[in-house]
Ligand binder design. Structure first.
Ligand code: S3P
Length: 432
């Protein structure tokens, strides 16, 4: 093992101060996609410039959309959805990004004249795509895949609207179908048994695309006119904020202010859960826009154990590895169930979280759809393999701050997927 691949995180006494968050990853993907749908010039501020958003940019460039990337701003010029062009090599590489792949698949399926083969890295190539292939085929799409995995070839066709009940709660699958609905004949309905993040619908509303929600059913009409270019500022990422929230809660004498974070209710279930367990977190809403934003202040807190079930999993899906770590410091046995979807993320996050916690001396029982974690324990240090998964790498790094001894994180470079500035910020707050 090369030492270069290991990041050593030393224990810390407390963290204090203020952190500016990166732009939300999910909203950054969607803002880029809408800028490509729109005709003319758009400007997106506070974009998440992680590797996943860069994958979305690279894919959209292939359709004839141009991007000028500043530090956290991007200027976009697009011929518009009705004038996307076929790339000569017919290839689109989505890197590590499931959101890029699933959202774009929906848009490309309904565009006759486009013929594209979508690929990705080793992790994305193992993730399940049948979940988007099935509904898209029902809409009339022409898709070939390698046994439900990448590479996927999509030959654009005229689609028809359907009513689809999601078999798994997934915002990516929901968005894929809604995006396909934009070019389908007739209305498209997606029924979601449990609500998932609603950024695609929100952004459609912002651009006056007729999208409606009636209880569990979301419907969208065919897009018949050009969307005009726009300016948009992406709210701070609550999933990136979660790491600092966890550090402040678990370290003594800590207080951290996180500015301009998304307060979208479909994204902050982890804050609601932690508050129920005794976390002192003040929420200071700023405005009541379609995508609400505000500051939060987090203080050191004693926590009690929690239960997570399938009803709340979609609202905190990306925070579960971190919550599993927090459970190790909470009083009692925490139970996570109904979270089998974690097995299909950038790594099998049930297995990688369990391995991480056991390495750090925590008693964990693994289940097919979750785990039980016994707390509170003083974490020992150790070598944690993040298996190329950004959320495991960041969780292991926070573990290093609260452990008795240093934690070495292997494969830490994956943090670039969502949070390239994570380690510089960690270094800054460790010194202050
Ligand atoms: C995302 C949805 C979630 C989440 C992922 C981003 C999105 O996946 O895990 O990181 O931007 O739509 P699901 O499709 O499981 O909801």
């Amino acid at each position: 093992m090369k030492t270069k691949q290991v990041k050593i995180i030393q224990p810390l006494e407390s963290i204090r101060g203020q952190i500016t968050l990166p732009g939300d990853k999910s909203m950054s993907h969607r803002a880029l996609i809408f800028a490509a749908i729109a005709r003319g010039n758009s400007k997106i501020r506070h974009l998440n410039i992680g590797a996943d958003a860069l994958s979305t940019i690279a894919c959209l460039q292939k359709l004839g959309v141009s991007f000028q990337l500043g530090k956290f701003t991007v200027d976009v010029n697009s011929p518009g959805f009705f004038h996307w062009t076929q790339p000569p090599d017919g290839q689109m590489n989505c890197g590590n990004s499931g959101t890029t792949l699933r959202l774009l698949a929906g848009l490309l399926a309904g565009k006759p004249g486009l013929d594209l083969t979508l690929t990705g890295d080793a992790s994305l190539s193992q993730r399940p795509m049948q979940r988007i292939i099935d509904p898209l085929k029902k809409m009339g799409a022409n898709i070939e895949s390698h046994e439900g995995c990448l590479p996927i070839r999509i030959q654009g066709r005229n689609l028809k609207g359907i009513h689809y009940v999601l078999p798994v709660a997934s915002a990516q699958v929901k968005s894929c179908i809604l995006f396909a609905g934009l070019s389908a004949q007739g209305k498209t309905y997606v029924e979601e048994p449990i609500a998932t993040r609603d950024h695609s619908e929100n952004m459609m509303k912002i651009f006056h695309i007729p999208v409606f929600r009636n209880k569990k059913i979301i419907s969208v009409h065919t897009l018949r006119r050009n969307v005009q270019g726009f300016e948009y500022s992406v709210p701070g990422d609550p999933s990136s904020a979660a790491y600092w929230v966890a550090a402040a809660l678990m370290l003594n004498k800590s207080r951290i202010l996180l500015r301009k974070m998304s307060l979208n209710p479909t994204r902050i279930a982890y804050i609601r859960l932690l508050k129920k367990c005794g976390a002192r977190i003040d929420i200071l809403p700023e405005d009541k826009k379609i995508e609400p934003v505000g500051d939060i202040v987090v203080y050191s807190s004693g926590l009690k154990a929690f239960n997570i079930n399938n009803r709340i999993v979609p609202g905190l899906i990306d925070e579960i590895p971190l919550l599993a770590l927090i459970a190790a410091r909470a009083n009692g046995i925490s139970r996570i169930r109904g979270a089998k979807e974690l097995r299909y993320k950038e790594s099998d996050r049930i297995s990688t979280s369990v391995e991480m916690l056991r390495t750090l001396g925590v008693e964990v029982t693994e289940y097919e759809d979750g785990m039980d974690i016994k707390g509170p324990v003083v974490l020992q240090g150790g070598l944690v393999n993040a298996y190329g998964d950004h959320r495991i790498a960041m969780t292991a790094s926070i573990a290093g701050l609260i452990a008795r001894d240093a934690v070495q994180v292997q494969d830490w470079k994956s943090v670039d997927i969502s949070y390239p500035n994570f380690y510089p910020i960690l270094e800054r707050i460790s010194k202050s």
